[in-house]
Design a protein around this ligand. Structure first.
Ligand code: PLP
Length: 386
């Protein structure tokens, strides 16, 4: 039977090979230290879990409105208004994970054949774009420049079909955080070329250097911005599937139609957990930030002490993205060797768009003890490659 053209265009997951190998090794009884997964090792804070349990006990097990429960939309809007970013609940769409919010945004504002500009190395925006029938155009950011995204580089890639610019800050996998001066140039460019902006700031609470400046704080681009965030990273809730978008009312209304036609709504008890996360003490987030900060120092120092590996300090998120070119092997081979020889799972840079090769992503959302063990094992193993 014939399959759709679209499905053949969706890129295979670049992490598949390493993931399959690590599963095989684990089945054989080998202990693997996971620095591959992009999720916090912390448990979801207790008060958030309690709120969900209580909601279940109260029988909150039915559909909610497709836009999400008003209580949660209101709590999200309030959390921005309190930061001097006036936001109304009607601008908020609650989705089962930020990824789905990105999909809803692309389906709503782009047509098949339109182009979306994606800074690369990048997270899987290209996969989502392909599902939406949209063509990704990659813009190279490089290690020499701290993976900063420059307006001039974006301008060079703008064609008559370009309709959306993705801004992901802090960035997965590079950890780069957009500085205000870069951001202003990029936003001007979006206005000049009439581009939608997809601002994915899911790691905004994990910034170690400088201050995070949000795209949504610039009123001049608010009408063309779909802002994305969620609970997965901030509150260690990856498996709960809860994210959201903020966009002008009329765009949110259209995005709701996509949610109605696909997932209907996130589970009500999960949404209640989201309300508890936002209204409760934020000390749990501060605590995670302090832990990540220590781990960041540890992993960057450790990686730089290994011959052939060079690692800049990531300004945000929880990934180190060192360069491994001096070792003279590709990133996939590096990850396979590391997994086989040292039992350390990482993700090849080649999984992060066309400009990720030469690098490897190490997630430091793992304990200091495990990071130390992984570094020791790596050091010993890599010394014997040759
Ligand atoms: C940059 C970025 N955006 C969005 C997501 C998706 O998050 P969610 O779990 O809310 O779908 C991730 C998850 O890894 C991510 O790294």
């Amino acid at each position: 039977m014939k399959l759709s053209k679209r499905i053949s265009e969706i890129p295979p997951s670049g992490t598949f090979k390493v993931l399959a190998l690590s599963k095989k090794l684990e089945r054989e009884g080998k202990e693997i230290i996971h620095l591959d997964v992009g999720e916090p090792d912390f448990d979801t804070p207790e008060h958030i879990k309690e709120a969900a349990k209580d909601a279940l006990a109260r029988g909150m097990t039915k559909y909610t409105p497709s836009a999400g429960m008003f209580e949660l939309r209101e709590a999200i809007a309030k959390s921005f208004t309190e930061r001097n970013i006036p936001t109304s609940p009607e601008e908020v769409l609650v989705t089962p994970g930020a990824k789905h919010a990105i999909f809803c945004a692309m389906i709503t504002v782009l047509d098949p054949g339109d182009e979306v500009l994606i800074p690369s190395p990048c997270w899987t925006y290209d996969g989502i774009a392909r599902v939406a029938g949209v063509k990704p155009t990659f813009i190279k950011t490089s290690k020499e420049d701290g993976f900063r995204l420059r307006a001039d580089d974006v301008a060079e890639k703008i064609t008559s079909r370009a309709r959306m610019l993705v801004l992901n800050s802090p960035n997965n996998p590079t950890g780069a955080v957009l500085e205000k001066e870069d951001l202003v140039g990029l936003l001007d460019l979006a206005v000049d070329h009439d581009l939608w902006i997809l601002a994915d700031e899911i790691y905004d609470r994990f910034v170690y250097e400088g201050r995070h400046v949000s795209v949504i704080s610039f009123p001049q681009v608010r009408e063309r911005t779909v802002y994305i965030n969620g609970f997965s990273k901030t509150y260690a809730m990856t498996g709960w599937r809860l994210g959201y978008s903020i966009a002008p009312n009329e765009i949110t209304e259209k995005m709701i139609k996509v949610q109605q036609a696909t997932t209907t709504c996130p589970p009500p008890f999960v949404q209640i957990a989201g309300v508890a996360a936002l209204k409760g003490s934020q000390e749990c987030v501060e605590k995670m930030l302090r832990e990540y900060s220590k781990r960041r120092e540890l992993i960057v120092r450790g990686l730089n002490s290994i011959d052939g590996i060079r690692c800049a300090k990531p300004a945000g998120a929880f990934y180190a993205f060192p360069n491994i070119e001096e070792l003279g092997i590709g990133s996939s081979e590096f990850c396979e060797r590391l997994l086989n020889d040292a039992g350390v799972a990482t993700v090849p840079g080649s999984a992060f768009g066309p400009h990720g090769e030469g690098h490897v992503r190490f997630s430091y959302a793992n304990s200091e003890k495990n990071i130390e063990r992984a570094l020791e094992r790596m050091k010993e193993s890599i010394e014997h490659w040759g």
